[in-house]
Design a protein around this ligand. Sequence first.
Ligand code: BMA
Length: 308
Amino acid sequence: MVSRKEPFHRYEGNPIIRPSDIPYGANAVFNAGAALFRGETLLLMRVEDRRGISHLATARSRDGVTGWRIASAPTLTPDPVNHPEEAWGIEDPRITYLEELDLWVVLYTAYSRLGPLVAMATTRDFESFERWGPVTPPENKDAALFPARFRGRWAMIHRPVPGSSAFGAHVWISFSPDLKHWGDHRPLITAREGPWWDAAKVGLSPPPLQTKEGWLILYHGVRYTAGGCIYRLGLALLDLEDPTRLVARSDEWVFAPETPYELTGDVDKVVFPCGWVADGDTVRLYYGAADKCLALATAKLGDTILNS
Ligand code: BMA
């Protein structure tokens, strides 16, 4: 894949949701999962309170761009009594609809005292959730399910972190017969080395998006610099029938922090999407900007992304 720069175009009204929009007060609202639900766009936003602990809250919009209706109270709060893995909050949800089960699955980061791990909850209405508990041990983040089975098994992308940073942190894929027991783990997208934009860590951003050409993957790459980390985004394509097969990967990043709200926040120079929705040929990408607010960018699926 030879990459052209910036297939995504920022919405001119960015940021779409700011901490001051949260009715009960918040330090930051960012890294939202996204779904097309009951004819509207629903965001499951990470809201960080003024202690530093995150929970999830919904926002809904008819056109996915304007008129966001934000929940008047948190939607899913950490439950450290029954789920000790949520002691320090829940973060960065990715949402997948499993048509076969008529079920929405949310994979999120549970920040346990033993390190961040991947946890799972399911819902049919985004009001009540059933928790399945940890899906992986720590340290692991950036997980999402595929919406389909492959030879009878569900598939999940995730990002375990090896014990030593000398090995980098890479994107893996695993399989399960029942969404509970995971195995057949394989590396999928590895961090590059040296001065590359995605040299230090890579992680899945929104869930895989099915296209005619394959499963479209948008991933974040982290580079450590003397001035701190930079979080940028790149594209990859997986084989439709065999998602362990990486068909293509962009060399250049396709989206990077540029605007004031992406360059400066609680963590500077971060664009971090956890959700996108396909609306015909248009993809709407929802991303956290500088760990402070939520922003929107759009791309044309056929014309732009797949030719990047
Ligand atoms: C990652 C996650 C994200 C965050 C990003 C930048 O490791 O924790 O939630 O947006 O770092 O701080």
